[in-house]
Design a protein around this ligand. Structure first.
Ligand code: TGC
Ligand code: FAD
Length: 394
């Protein structure tokens, strides 16, 4: 099979530094050599390829934009975004694993944890020796986490955690969970705090989410917490009380998702283009049919727009001028774009398009989750609506 070149119609490559290009080439080759040969089977067998975790640790993709002091790669945010793009070119489930580990577990421990939390967990999470998960969503509080009912009650010796978290990526594999809970500290519903919870603490358990039809090569679980006793030190001391800290984590993860979705779209375009060039119907390749050329031209245009969006967003994140609303725009636009492209690519492939041997339908099914998690498309519409009108319509 030909090696993946990656569509780059506006030569964004020329805007990258040598280090950023090297990161891109390294991760691209790893995805090609190590992930692509096994992902179709992993998907069909509904298993996350755990054997790849140490390799991802060695590649430095876990918490890649966090400081070297804690065993991380210390890359800039464009390089970090490129990693997400290249991983999701392989599979959204692999990128999800890396997003959650880096943006939703290592980032909050780094930004809001104590120095003990950082030194205990970050080096192990960076190598993949430890796995993390992030528990915000609850069965009745998805888009509106402010209403969460998981509680952390203050006791003489620490905290008592009770509640259920739902749809938690890496949940059953995790050694440590970052859990958000109501402490009632401020007397209102927004007394939310974050806790670093080793998953072997008595009373803590995880249960696989059964029956998924999307993101099959990913661990999605429910977290059950029944009288989980935690020491005082489990609370992340640097976080403000309320939703701001978890929302700051979501900004990090949504940023990576905006890049990742472009990777999935690039993979589908590549597959559609190469298929169109070799599939002969009515005596010529379908690449020579006007309808398929329009389809490919539409895909090319949308991907190029998505690439420019993430590239510029990445430079803004690196110079400290990126806003959460700009991240919402990119997450919303690129997930929408990628879901459309995956569907169009699958259609171009005809019947072959429904086989796991090809990749577009797997991406198409995965992207339904990506469109929904980290703030649904609708929620990002409302964030943008509020940004331009000044009126909240949630
Ligand atoms: P609101 O009153 O608007 O905000 C509270 C405070 O937070 C600030 N803020 C943010 N800060 C950083 N980044 C953001 N994105 C922020 N959004 C808001 C805000 O300025 C305010 O600060 P302050 O100083 O005034 O207190 O909060 P709200 O309760 O009204 O919520 C607004 C809403 C609906 C946008 C928010 O709840 C939301 O984003 N809901 C969507 C929920 C969501 O995205 N859940 C994701 C769960 S994790 C996940 O899906 C992982 S999938 C991972 C994978 O597998 O890859
Ligand atoms: P709901 O909030 O019930 O939304 C249902 C519908 O109503 C949607 O169409 C939504 O857009 C719409 N809607 C909601 N509010 C409004 C409104 N105000 N106006 C108009 N329409 C509205 N969460 C974690 O905490 N950690 C994880 O690791 C994690 N991983 C996930 C992995 C997968 C595979 C999936 C699918 C989800 C994951 N999630 C995780 C949860 C995810 O963040 C939520 O599913 C998401 O935030 C949406 O919540 P919900 O499913 O409860 O939908």
């Amino acid at each position: 099979m030909a090696r993946f070149e990656g569509i780059d119609f506006y030569d964004i490559d020329s805007l990258l530094s040598e280090e950023e290009r090297m990161v891109r080439d390294t991760i691209r080759a790893w995805v090609e050599d190590r992930l692509m040969p096994i992902i179709g089977d992993a998907y069909i067998n509904r298993t996350f390829p755990r054997e790849l975790i140490p390799e991802m640790g060695e590649l430095g993709v876990l918490g890649a934009n966090l400081p070297e002091k804690y065993g991380c790669a210390g890359l800039n945010n464009v390089a970090y975004g490129i990693i997400m793009q290249e991983l999701e070119r392989g599979d959204s489930g692999i990128r999800s694993f890396v997003s959650v580990q880096g943006a939703l577990v290592m980032y909050p421990i780094f930004a809001f944890g104590s120095e003990e939390h950082r030194t205990e967990w970050l080096p192990k999470l960076a190598t993949g020796e430890a796995i993390g998960c992030f528990g915000l969503t609850e069965p009745d509080y998805g888009s509106n986490p402010a209403g969460m009912i998981t509680t952390a009650k203050k006791t003489d010796s620490g905290w008592l955690l009770n509640g259920t978290k739902m749809w938690i990526t890496n949940g059953s594999m995790a050694d440590v969970a970052v859990v958000w809970a109501q402490t009632g500290e401020t007397g209102d519903v927004k007394g939310i705090r974050g806790f670093v919870v080793p998953t072997n603490t008595p009373g803590f358990s995880a249960r696989d989410q059964k029956g998924k039809l999307s993101l099959l090569a990913s661990d999605t679980s429910e977290l059950l917490m029944q009288d989980v006793e935690l020491p005082d030190s489990a609370m992340m001391p640097e976080s403000t009380v309320g939703l701001k800290a978890p929302l700051m984590c979501l900004t990090q993860a949504r940023y990576g998702i905006a890049w990742g979705a472009v990777g999935a779209a690039m993979a589908c375009f590549d597959e559609a283009l190469s298929y169109a060039k070799q599939r002969v119907m009515f005596d010529t390749t379908i690449a020579g049919k006007q309808i398929q050329q329009v389809r490919l031209a539409d895909m090319l245009t949308s991907i190029t727009q998505g690439q420019l969006l993430t590239y510029h967003l990445g430079r803004k994140k690196d110079d400290g001028t990126m806003t959460p609303q700009q991240v919402s725009l990119a997450k919303r636009a690129n997930c929408d774009m990628a879901t459309d492209i995956a569907r169009e690519a699958r259609r171009l492939l005809g019947a072959n398009g429904i086989l796991a041997e090809y990749h577009s339908m797997r991406h198409m099914a995965n992207l339904e989750s990506v469109y929904t998690y980290e703030g649904t498309h609708d929620i990002h519409s409302l964030i943008l609506g509020q940004a331009v009108t000044g009126v909240s319509a949630f």
